[in-house]
Design a binder for this molecule. Structure first.
Ligand code: F6P
Length: 323
């Protein structure tokens, strides 16, 4: 293996830059040449690439976003797009690929490998933390901390005005952010798509808690569990209390990565190169991850065939502590 390429794809996640830096520097340390592919798989289709040197990744470890930019590529989903991408890989003599992204990016990696056998290693990066096989993805810790800071501030208003707040956090189809931030913020209720909830029962419990002297109530909700504003309206009608909805939104995706996101990204980036260098051309795509604090590698195929489960014990703990 002489020349590799690195790509960031899908929704950006804070720590992607730290991962690019680790990939580039580990590769160069190991005498590999490195190409950066811009704008996700779109850049692979159009040949929008740049040579990465040691200094190309200076001063980026502390920045959110991705210097390579990212796109959810529609072009790469087509046969024609994939054929073009293969031509770009061949013409540039790229013999290994590192894909930094989430499950959509890994599905695209498998599609590419099925048409053109090239060693590929995935680095899980998505604020949603919904990648099976790894305890944590790059960007998750930063997103949770950003949401937590916002909810702590909302708690001040909720307490002063004795209001109920429904705070919507991100999580396209899963409740990992909502669960962690709900527990950490002392939320009274956590609504996630993985666990059924009964709004009538929640309204009764809000009323009982209010009578017991609870002056505020925070409900943390995953975007995939409903609409904050619709639920706020319903609860206001049922209980007669003042209820407000608040959507934290895209602030969760950006900002300077936390130390945990940076360290994880650095470890993933380094290990991805280690794994890539040992792969044969025909080897199926691999992914790096972390399990019980140990950096590991496994088949990307596993990600596409499995679903990551939320920790129900955390959910129960949050319920007990919110009485
Ligand atoms: O996958 C990360 C994520 O931020 C989800 O939490 C959210 O549903 C989605 O991306 C938003 O996607 P887009 O950037 O396309 O608006």
């Amino acid at each position: 293996m002489e020349k590799i390429a690195v790509i960031t794809s899908g929704g950006d996640a804070s720590g992607m830059n730290a991962a690019i830096r680790a990939v580039v520097r580990t590769a160069i340390y190991n005498k590999l040449k490195v190409i950066g592919i811009k704008r996700g798989y779109e850049g692979l289709v159009s040949g929008d690439i740049m040579t990465m040197e040691l200094r190309s990744v200076s001063g980026i470890i502390n920045h959110g976003g991705t210097i390579l930019k990212t796109v959810r590529s529609a072009q790469f989903k087509t046969e024609e797009g994939q054929e073009k991408a293969i031509v770009v890989l061949k013409e540039n003599q790229i013999d290994g690929l590192v894909v930094i992204g989430g499950d959509g990016s890994f599905k695209a990696a498998i599609n590419l490998y099925e048409k053109y056998k090239i060693p590929i290693v995935g680095i899980p990066a998505t604020i949603d933390n919904d990648v099976p096989g790894t305890d944590m993805t790059i960007g998750f810790d930063t997103a949770v901390n950003t949401a937590l800071e916002a909810i702590d501030k909302i708690r001040d208003t909720a307490t002063s005005h004795e209001r109920v707040f429904i705070v919507e956090v991100m999580g396209r189809s899963r409740g990992f952010i909502a669960l962690e931030v709900g527990l950490a913020s002392g939320a009274e209720f956590i609504l996630i798509p993985e666990i059924k909830y009964d709004l009538g029962k929640i309204c009764d419990e809000i009323a009982t808690a209010h009578k017991r002297g609870k002056s505020s109530c925070i409900i943390v909700m995953a975007e995939s569990a409903g609409s904050a504003f619709a639920i706020a309206d319903q609860i206001e009608k049922e209980t007669g209390y003042e209820v407000r909805g608040s959507v934290i939104g895209y602030t969760q995706r950006g900002g300077s990565p936390t130390y945990r996101s940076r360290v994880l990204a650095s470890r993933f980036g380094q290990y991805a190169i280690e794994v890539l260098m040992k792969m044969e051309t025909s080897d199926s795509p691999k992914c790096v991850g972390i399990r019980n604090e140990k950096i590991i590698s496994y088949e990307i195929e596993y990600i596409l065939k499995n679903e990551k489960k939320v920790d129900k014990e955390l959910y129960e703990l949050a319920q007990v502590l919110a009485i």
